[in-house]
Write a protein that binds this ligand. Structure first.
Ligand code: HEC
Length: 133
């Protein structure tokens, strides 16, 4: 039994570092947010939707490029280039690679908020995206 418990913990630990499914990312952000703020609740899809469509003191919202329906294709606000749907239900490649997810969260949050997103904000956005079919 001990070895199974050990393997289970090992699997959990590697999930945190190499998250590969949207559910893994969601669990990771939720855990990170709770560590940063022990009073923090679960990720909220409703808060995520508001965050996604609101302006945050800059020229763009997330919806400026990903549209108000991220289950459909978007269009880059500057270049006009097509952006594949962001919702995992509409695009299986989304939230499957840590390097890609973190690279674009960093770049996009910087454009929209003038700073990086917190773990809570990322968790909220992902919870929202996961409600879209
Ligand atoms: C100026 C246009 C633009 C804005 C504004 C924008 N994005 Fe993006 N986003 C992109 C582009 C371009 C990509 C990368 C191309 C692709 O993967 O289709 C991308 C990719 C992503 C990804 C990568 C997901 C994956 O696994 O492939 C995430 C997450 C993301 N954006 C979230 C956001 C969030 C959250 C906001 C608001 C804070 C936002 N984006 C605002 C253009 C934008």
């Amino acid at each position: 039994m001990r070895i199974f418990a050990g393997l289970f913990l090992l699997a959990l630990a590697s999930t945190a570092v190499f998250a590969q499914t949207p559910a893994d990312f969601l669990a990771g952000y939720s855990q990170e947010a709770k560590q940063a703020n022990p009073g923090h609740g679960e990720p909220s899809a409703q808060r995520g939707q508001r965050f996604f469509t609101a302006l945050h003191g800059q020229e763009w919202s997330c919806a400026s490029c990903h549209t108000r329906n991220p289950a459909a294709a978007g269009k880059h606000a500057v270049t006009g280039k097509l952006i594949e749907p962001l919702a995992p239900a509409a695009n299986a490649a989304r939230f499957s690679r840590t390097a890609k997810v973190e690279k674009w969260f960093k770049r996009n949050c910087n454009d929209v908020l003038g700073r990086t997103c917190t773990a809570q904000e990322k968790g909220d956005v992902l919870a929202y995206l996961l409600t879209l079919k």
